[in-house]
Design a binder for this molecule. Structure first.
Ligand code: INI
Length: 163
């Protein structure tokens, strides 16, 4: 019986290909999420030519785009970045809920880790606190999760990525 639980320290992205889909809605926040995700990927050794970056209008458009990227076999993990702020919209629940549901569905359909780096918050201030403020950096965390899951899935499927 193998051991398939690994510490997050020492995660290595050097053998991986990663795609990021970032939404432009609330671009000040999603741009900060993107900066953090790219920084974390680079810090863990992702090669410069191993990152695919795509932007979409809003969080609602993330799942289909992520599924396309994952389905083409061009990425070992896809990171979805977005920000849905309840104060801005009465259809918060639809946008946030469908983004979450669709991202999970796309991940299960393709067998590729698709990471939910979408802030779903009540206020813009809560979003700011999650891109390097008092609540950490959710872009960096999404990237770390992508590296861990890509390595884990690669190992489980025998593709031999480090974990
Ligand atoms: N998209 C977001 O990413 N965040 C939001 O807060 C948001 N609001 O407030 O409506 C939002 N709406 C756009 C949505 O994601 C789609 O782009 C749009 O409905 C077209 O499909």
């Amino acid at each position: 019986m193998g051991e398939y639980s690994f510490p997050t320290e020492g995660l290595d992205a050097s053998g991986l290909r990663v795609a990021i889909v970032v939404s432009r809605f609330n671009e000040d926040i999603t741009g900060a999420l993107l900066d953090g995700a790219r920084r974390a990927l680079t810090d863990h050794g992702l090669a410069a030519d191993a990152l695919t970056l795509v932007s979409v209008p809003g969080a609602y458009e993330l799942p289909l785009t992520a599924k396309q990227l994952a389905g083409h076999g061009a990425a070992d993990a896809v990171i979805c970045l977005g920000a849905v702020v309840r104060g801005d919209t009465p259809h918060f629940d639809y946008v946030a809920g469908e983004a979450a549901r669709g991202i999970m569905q796309a991940s299960l359909d393709t067998g590729i880790p698709i990471i939910f780096g979408v802030l779903t918050v009540d206020t813009r201030q809560q979003a700011v606190e999650r891109v390097g403020g008092s609540e950490g950096h959710k872009g960096e965390e999404a990237a770390i999760t992508a590296i861990e899951m890509a390595n884990l899935l690669g190992r489980l499927s025998g593709r031999g990525h480090r974990a």
